[in-house]
Ligand binder design. Structure first.
Ligand SMILES: [Zn+2]
Length: 406
């Protein structure tokens, strides 16, 4: 969301897109019944949109709730298949859209009171009509100037009335039906995401590894920074500062993006919980105010010498020791070199040396109390491309999916 304080404070000048680009964004939505138009426009389509070949559907954004039933459904509907170059745009952009919507607060990933992001105005007010941008002012407290202000932010991407009208002026083609429909909100998103340069940054980081898509953290962070010129909730965004709008942490955005990327690409799979699904979690990935630093993992209340099992087939990537973390063992799943599971505070006894290939369920270490800690527990971090995401989204796959391996 951006803020309206008198005049619009969103970037005043929206980068002007070439007509061909604008046509490209929307021509994709016109493939049904407008084939000739599409062909006419095709030669003008710039590289940015060469990849758009899949008609997006609104429910896809909703497929990011981790309830077992929905996760199963998502895994089925996004089953892995051979990837072509044309797939990568939407396979990466749609999860990114989900991450932006989650930052904006319209997509409550993992929360039971799920709302329809496309029907949400600022402050979780439900839109009853998508005939047009609601053009309503919704109040919020300006914590810098200590007064009430108002915003017109609405829809999955909390688009301001002024932004919406701007985009409409720039575009000639929109999805048929309601003006503020999910499809049109997505067209508007693509338009803005491209105009900030965010899309180019994001697509720069795409890697296809053995029919497996991943995106570098660096590219993701750069894209988020660019899009922070448009959405005030994104990590490090400055545009909401004048009114005290809070921003999300990069690790939150990174977590949401990964989760949605896995959903979109069908990377959800049954794994073995390393210490058992019934062990209670005693701390989360969060800022620890008393200690004045981040806690980059989750803690699980395991007794001393609880075996740590390989969640899937993979490799022991590192064994070492650190004053704070104690004895450390790291694990990388086969086929997912970007993912690493890091265990702290282990006992000094490890069944295998670093580099060993292990099968799912094989022991890789024991929980302990080494390093700085208050008692025996399993501290686990999940890092993607070296940057932490919330471990529960990975560990949850131990219960959310049917185990096809028996
Ligand atoms: Zn911990």
């Amino acid at each position: 969301m951006s803020i309206t304080t008198g005049r619009m404070t969103r970037r005043d000048v929206v980068t002007t897109l070439g007509a061909g680009l604008v046509a490209g964004v929307s021509a994709h939505f016109l493939t049904d019944g407008a084939g000739s138009l599409l062909r006419l426009l095709a030669p003008q389509r710039p590289a940015f949109l060469d990849y758009i070949d899949e008609k997006p559907s609104a429910p896809a954004l909703n497929n990011v709730s981790p309830s077992a039933k929905e996760a199963d459904k998502a895994a089925e509907s996004f089953a892995p298949r051979l990837l072509g170059a044309n797939d990568t745009f939407w396979l990466v952009t749609r999860p990114y859209m989900a991450a932006v919507a989650a930052c904006e607060g319209t997509l409550l990933i993992g929360k039971p009171n799920k709302i329809d992001p496309y029907h949400t105005a600022f402050g979780y007010r439900e839109l009853t009509s998508l005939a047009d941008h609601p053009r309503q002012l919704y109040p919020f407290w300006d914590s810098v100037n200590h007064r009430w202000d108002a915003t017109t932010a609405a829809g999955a991407f909390q688009i301001l009335e002024s932004t919406w009208d701007d985009a409409h002026q720039q575009h000639h083609y929109w999805a048929p039906g309601d003006a503020f429909s999910p499809e049109n909100q997505e067209i508007c998103f693509c338009y803005l995401h491209n105009s900030t340069g965010g899309s180019a940054e994001l697509m720069d980081g795409v890697q296809v590894l053995n029919q497996h898509i991943t995106v570098s953290f660096d590219a993701f962070a750069k894209a988020m920074k660019r899009d922070g010129q448009e959405w005030a909730s994104l990590p490090y965004s400055e545009i909401g500062k004048p009114t005290g709008q809070s921003t999300r942490s990069m690790w939150q955005a990174w977590t949401w993006f990964q989760w949605a990327l896995w959903a979109k690409c069908g990377y959800r799979r049954a794994i073995t919980h390393p210490v058992g699904v019934n062990v209670p979690r005693t701390d989360t990935l969060r800022w620890r105010p008393k200690k004045g630093r981040m806690h980059w993992g989750e803690d699980y209340a395991t007794p001393m010498n609880t075996p740590i099992l390989a969640p899937e087939n993979g490799r022991i990537s590192f064994i070492g020791e650190d004053d704070g973390a104690g004895h450390i063992v790291c694990f990388v799943p086969e086929g997912y070199p970007e993912l690493e599971m890091v265990s702290f505070h282990c006992t000094g006894k490890f069944p295998h040396p670093p580099g060993t290939l292990v099968k799912r369920g094989e022991m890789i270490g024991y929980t302990g109390n080494s390093g700085i800690g208050t008692g025996p527990h399993w501290h686990v971090e999940i890092r993607i491309d070296g940057h932490p995401m919330e471990p529960r989204w990975y560990l949850g796959m131990a219960t959310w999916f049917k185990d096809k391996e028996g």
